[in-house]
Design a protein around this ligand. Structure first.
Ligand code: PXP
Length: 247
């Protein structure tokens, strides 16, 4: 058995569909092919502006996904109602700004502690596990743990986008420290954002991290080599890194 899960985010298949308002390519088909390639989870982000994933995608995937369905969502009343109705296996609460290209930073759990506590309680009452997408900071981890989160997902964007070697090292060590803090307090720890075949190894080698959610790079690779193959390549890269077999 594998010691990690690969969650494949298929949002950008829907981005391509929405760019022409066609019925294709269908993220539901992409999710099926991702599972055939070894995805352990399908991740989708239903954004307030519905720029890619639509409610229909969530409805159909709730019925067709064979592994686990992880719904990324803003912590709003409207989204909580939708999650309650469709019951994904897990909800990942993320900050959402209309103007951003993608999720730009983690949640400020410490600042929004009471509102997030309410959201977590509501979702857990519906038997939905709740993960919080946060920057790799001890204060955020402790706050997430205190308000009842089932897990946290560490934002790997700063590491992936580092422009120099010293910054990259520094960001990697923040991720390592954060993952160790989570392990120490018994909080499951996941990671995602900006990971691709070239930068995944050092993050995948942090053994405390047990789930990786990867979207853009897998969908981009899928355009060239097919979805199942793209997922196989990524799973293999993570597996090798965790076994210490990376040059
Ligand atoms: N995890 C979370 C919480 C995200 O918001 C996103 C982006 O939707 C991802 C992972 C995947 O990021 P990327 O598309 O850069 O792989």
């Amino acid at each position: 058995m594998s010691d990690f899960r690969l969650g494949v985010n298929v949002d950008h298949v829907a981005t391509l569909r929405q760019s022409r308002k066609t019925r294709y390519p269908d993220p539901v088909t992409a999710a099926m092919l991702a599972e055939l390639g070894g995805a352990d989870q399908i991740t989708i982000h239903l954004r307030e502006d519905r720029r890619h994933i639509q409610e229909r995608d969530l409805r159909v995937m709730r019925e067709t996904v064979q592994t686990r369905l992880n719904l990324e969502m803003a912590a709003t009343k409207d989204m909580a109602k939708i999650a309650y109705e469709f019951k994904p296996d897990m909800a990942t609460l993320v900050p959402e700004k209309r103007e951003e290209l993608t999720t730009e930073g983690g949640l400020d759990v410490a600042l929004h502690r009471e509102a997030l506590r309410e959201h977590i309680r509501f979702l857990k009452d519906a038997d939905i596990r709740v993960s919080l997408f946060i920057d790799p900071e001890v204060d955020q981890i402790r706050a997430a743990h205190k308000i009842g989160a089932d897990a946290v997902e560490l934002h790997t964007g700063a590491y992936c986008e580092a422009k120099s070697e010293p910054v990259r090292r520094q960001e990697l060590s923040r991720l390592v420290d954060a993952a160790k803090t989570c392990a120490k307090i018994g909080l499951p720890v996941y990671a995602g954002h900006g990971l691709n075949l070239h930068n995944v190894a050092e993050v995948a080698a942090i053994l405390e991290i047990t789930e990786f959610n990867i979207g853009h790079s897998i969908v981009a690779q899928a355009v060239l080599v097919g979805m199942s193959e793209a997922v196989r390549e990524m799973k293999n890269a993570i597996r090798l890194a965790r076994a210490g077999r990376v040059e």
